[in-house]
Design a protein around this ligand. Structure first.
Ligand SMILES: *Cc1c(COP(=O)(O)O)cnc(C)c1O
Length: 338
């Protein structure tokens, strides 16, 4: 298995730091470290940058002059794609789906949306519930008819090419842990369109790391989420030339922290944002990393983890979304009882 065989452009600041969360660990009574993929560097960072290193290299290899992708209004993936396209001198067109029905100005114009436009991307809005895959095919055909060479990136950058970015992250994390003499007992992170978890599980299994990986769901119910991750992990392993390394039981997702739906903040997520911010100075986002952290916090409180377990929380980024979701903190009180 040899990642350098695949075309890749350098977009991310790597390796991202691996740091102890001293005060959160003390509060929860388990040892928590954080892998800072919120610090990948491109346009405030986040997990899509690692995927885009492989996706944008494929776009360049195909001679694309335009990339197109889709996501929710406050999509972190859209923002990082817009930035990558800017850096590589390609046009970027983004289809944004309204998955929340929020009509306030910040949700629709601040945070990620503001940055999409600053990076020069054009955006097109769709009401929720559209078949966005079909819409994107139609939009790509229309641009091709205008003479553009369009490279289409699926939502979240989650295909086998994008997932290579998280195979790379698994290698990076293990190398860091080995250098530091740090035993890792579990990795926990927010899972959505599944490329992050699929890449990580493929990398961790390919290295025979023995580290269990737990995705905390942000959208789909558990059977669907796990199936999506598993299907993509199989494709990723095949692409890497290590078909068969990922078994169904390696794919674990807990979807108890989704709340009312994708993109809708939860009380436990808002509490997680406050705890990370007040205890360790780290910013989460309400759509993904807060729900992942809410799962981590609740499972720790419930005694799901062994007392001497050392857990790595992969921070997938997204804090720019806070500025599109400021209304979620209107009634924010300190997390600790005063
Ligand atoms: C996209 C995203 C995720 C989920 O990653 P997937 O690869 O889509 O599962 C998690 N956190 C943040 C901040 C994201 O933007």
């Amino acid at each position: 298995m040899h990642l350098s065989r695949f075309p890749r452009v350098k977009l991310a600041h790597l390796p991202t730091p691996l740091e102890p969360m001293t005060r959160l660990s003390k509060e929860l009574g388990v040892e928590i470290w954080i892998k800072r993929d919120d610090c990948t560097g491109l346009s405030t960072g986040g997990n899509k940058t690692r995927k885009l290193e492989f996706l944008m290299a494929e776009a360049e290899a195909q001679g694309a002059d335009m990339v197109m992708t889709q996501g929710a209004t406050q999509s972190n993936h859209a923002r990082q794609t817009a930035a990558a396209a800017a850096k590589l001198g390609m046009e970027c067109h983004i289809l944004l789906e309204d998955r929340t029905g929020y009509n306030n100005a910040n949700y629709n114009g601040n945070g990620n949306v503001l940055l999409d436009h600053l990076h020069g991307a054009s955006t097109e809005k769709f009401p929720g519930g559209h078949n966005m895959v079909e819409e994107m095919e139609k939009a790509a055909e229309a641009k091709r008819a205008e003479g553009k060479n369009v490279y289409v990136i699926p939502g979240g950058g989650s295909n086998a090419t994008g997932a290579l970015g998280y195979v790379n992250c698994a290698f990076e994390l293990l190398a860091q842990a080995n250098d530091m003499g740090l035993r890792i007992d579990r990795v926990v992170h927010a899972t959505g369109s599944s490329g992050t978890q699929a890449g990580l599980v493929t990398g961790l299994c390919a290295m025979n790391s023995g580290i269990p990986l737990l995705g905390i769901g942000t959208r789909a119910p558990q059977p669907k989420q796990e199936q999506m991750v598993y299907d993509l992990a199989l494709k990723t392993a095949e692409k890497l030339g290590c078909a068969g390394v990922v078994k169904r039981e390696h794919v674990m997702a807990n979807t108890d922290y989704v709340g009312e739906g994708y993109g809708l903040p939860t009380e436990s997520g808002v509490e997680a944002i406050a705890m990370f911010a007040e205890l360790d100075g780290i910013l989460l986002d309400p759509v993904y990393s807060a729900k992942g952290a809410a799962g981590l916090i609740d499972l720790a409180r419930k005694g799901f983890f062994d007392k001497d377990e050392r857990i790595v929380f992969l921070h997938t980024g997204g804090a720019v979304g806070l500025f599109g979701y400021d209304f979620a903190f209107e009634n924010q009180r300190r997390w600790a009882a005063e």
